[in-house]
Design a protein around this ligand. Structure first.
Ligand code: AQP
Length: 333
């Protein structure tokens, strides 16, 4: 069945292995299926929900495009654009924020985690971020949204907003209610320094993540220093659940080798971490080094990256501007 795919990545720098295995790898598979129509968005409006340096943001937008292409997304087969260049996103976000309920947003755990204890000082944008995300998806009638596990709750909110809009204005299915596409096994890659925390761009320690721009030596060093436990590698799935660091590292290995957690556990059962880490470093270097080299090559050609964005913006705008006109008509403008 033909799917309409939409997903976004924030241009907040330090794109990492979690972004790759949780989302971008899936984008590539979906993009390779000619039946699908794919739209990949550099969500720069989302990025400014926390303070950004304008010069770095501009560079990070290009770096995100370069990462998409270096990872295997073919810009000829998909639309790649940046969100702020298509005005309909901000317009739809406002209208949908009048449909979404405070109670729904109050339940969003990502806001609680990101705002931390000092939520009075968080931006209003950080709080209403999931409504903008709903607008992004609904403007393109996306049927499927590939995301990491951490975005599951926001996707549910998007579905609620679409349903409420359709019900309130009695416009059956005008807004397409999208399905999340979340990988079953490796949808959440954890920090290399703490297996209970998600691998993240904003974590201060660079040793906590493998960046997609890391070179061979950096990758080997980070895996060498990755936290483990004093035991030998686990022998069963049951045993691994309590050992978060071991589970994360074996999960990364399994995902990179397109295997299952079960099989990878079996492969290394009872072995030393040092032996396993060598193998893990090797598969990581094999996968990440070519991506990293390609990102650097693409970044040297800014004109090419800007051209991709320009073409993508034009295509995205022609879809989104029609949808926002429909939305405005329905609400009575
Ligand atoms: N650790 C992760 N494991 C699996 N998937 C992940 N994603 C992010 N981290 C992991 C998925 O990557 C896509 C793009 O994420 P994003 O750039 O839009 O934003 P994010 O989730 O805020 O990324 P970070 O790295 O976690 O940034 P900070 O440090 O700001 O919190 C999404 O599909 C996401 O699920």
């Amino acid at each position: 069945m033909s799917k309409k795919i939409f997903s976004g990545v924030q241009p907040t720098g330090n794109l990492h292995l979690g972004n790759y295995l949780g989302a971008i790898k899936n984008f590539v598979t979906l993009n390779n299926d000619n039946e699908n129509k794919c739209i990949f968005c550099v969500v720069d409006l989302h990025a400014i929900t926390v303070k950004q340096n304008p010069k770095e943001l501009r560079n990070n937008i290009r770096e995100t495009v370069a990462t998409f292409i270096a990872s295997g997304i073919d810009p000829k087969k998909s639309i790649i654009f940046n969100q702020s260049s298509v005005a309909a996103h901000a317009e739809a976000a406002w209208i949908l924020s009048c449909v979404a309920r405070m109670g729904w947003l109050n339940r969003m755990t990502q806001f609680k985690e990101k705002a931390g204890k000092d939520k009075e000082k968080a931006s209003v944008g950080l709080y209403s971020y999931p409504v903008l995300m709903a607008a992004d998806i609904l403007l393109y009638d996306a049927t499927h949204v590939p995301v990491g596990d951490d975005q599951k709750q926001h996707l549910e909110l998007c579905r609620d907003i679409a349903q409420k809009f359709n019900n309130d204005f009695e416009v059956n299915n005008f807004l397409q209610v999208p399905e999340p596409l979340i990988q079953k096994e490796f949808s959440r890659i954890m920090s290399l320094k703490d297996g209970s925390k998600k691998m993240s761009k904003s974590e201060l320690s660079d040793l906590s993540r493998i960046n997609l721009t890391d070179n061979k030596d950096q990758i080997i060093n980070k895996i060498k220093k990755a936290k483990t436990d004093p035991l030998l590698l686990p022998k069963s799935l049951k045993e691994i659940d309590e050992r978060v660091e071991a589970k994360n590292l074996i999960g990364i290995y399994a995902s990179l080798t397109n295997s299952t957690l079960d099989k990878s556990i079996e492969n290394f059962a009872g072995k030393n971490f040092s032996e396993f880490k060598e193998k893990l470093s090797q598969v990581l270097v094999d996968k990440i080094e070519p991506i990293s080299a390609e990102i650097k090559k693409l970044l040297a050609d800014q004109e090419y990256l800007d051209q991709i964005l320009l073409e993508g913006v034009e295509k995205a705008n022609s879809i989104a501007s029609k949808k926002i006109e429909g939305i405005k008509e329905i609400v009575g403008f």
